[in-house]
Every structure is written in C-alpha cells, then in structure tokens.
Design a protein. Structure first.
Length: 188
C-alpha cells in the first residue's frame, strides 16, 4: 500500500463517522488506537514546555501526535511529539510533512510495549532524526537516543537537555508527570 491508498482508507473511515489515526508501516496500514490519558497529558506537558522555548526564539515547529510525516522509507507515521528546525520547514504544508523530524518523542501508553517504540525511534534516527526520546510513565524514565553512542536513561532527579537542537533549554524530568492535586486545591 502507498500513502495515496492510506488517504483513501482515511476518507472511508471519516465518511463512516470513524476518526481513526492510521499509519503506513512497510506497506501495511496500522490503526493507532487512542492513548491513555496519562500518556496524553504527558504529551501536552512536553509539547507545551518545548513550544514555550521554541516559538519565541523562532527555532522551528512543534507537532503533536496528529502530525504525520512521510519518511524516505515510504512509511507514514506520527510521533507523539516532534520538532522540525525552521531552516528545514520554513512553512508548514497543508499535507503531511515529507521529511524526517529533527526530534521525535514517543510516550509509552498503557497498552504499548517498549521494544516496538524503541524500534520506531531507532528507525527515525537511522533516517536522519538528530534526537529521539522515549518517555515511560510506568517507570518514570526518559530515554534519549542520538546519532552517536548508547541511549541515556534519565530519572526524576535528572534534567533533560537537547543541546543539539535547543541550546539552553532544560526540562526537569519530574515536571513531566501529571500532578496529583490535593483536596485543598480541588476546593479552590
């Protein structure tokens, strides 16, 4: 199957009132189910903190899990969060991005397995992404993959930096996890 075939399937779903997120992987259509709300909230938190750094500095564009990319291997996929430098995408097309993002972030959902997520991130790196990040809410860890060297695992006491793309940006890992509100906070 091709991206054009995938677009036809998406159109059929929409006409039937179904709004599934679909990806193309090795010529096969993959239906991506909705994420659990913890993973979704982490995606919002990460995107918000990154976008607050990126946009005022006009460094590039931040995309959520609905932003699809057609990769050089003919796959169509949508990372949970992604970033493309301004020099590589001066204006967003009203279509899929036909390039490899500079940063890809995958957030483990309750139903996900780690190995396929690692494989997806490593594929992005092989295709040219500079940095891949795997966020595991179950273990409260963040694993950073780069073009060189072994992945680095960060925990709650660590600070994420991505100096290759965002010099000066720092994200304490503990800020990624959804807050637990006290009873007093919920009464306000």
């Amino acid at each position: 199957m091709t991206v054009k075939d995938l677009e036809k399937v998406q159109k059929t779903f929409k006409e039937a009132g179904q709004d599934y997120q679909v990806e193309l992987e090795s010529g096969r259509i993959v239906i991506v189910g909705p994420s659990d709300i913890v993973s979704s909230e982490i995606g919002v938190i990460f995107s918000w903190l990154l976008a607050n750094w990126v946009y005022p500095r006009r460094l590039g564009r931040v995309f959520d899990s609905a932003g699809g990319f057609i990769l050089p291997d003919a796959n169509l996929t949508a990372p949970d969060v992604s970033f493309v430098r301004a020099a590589r995408l001066r204006q967003s097309p009203r279509y899929f991005g036909e390039l490899v993002p500079d940063l890809v972030v995958e957030i483990k959902s309750q139903s996900d397995r780690i190995k396929p997520l690692e494989k997806k991130i490593k594929n992005f790196i092989e295709l040219g992404a500079q940095v891949g990040i795997l966020i595991d809410p179950d273990e409260e860890t963040v694993t950073v993959y780069g073009q060189k060297g072994e992945p680095i695992v960060l925990g709650n006491e660590d600070i994420l930096t991505v100096t290759e793309l965002f010099p000066g940006w720092e994200l304490p890992i503990s800020q990624l996890w959804p807050p637990i509100f006290t009873e007093a906070e919920t009464q306000a």
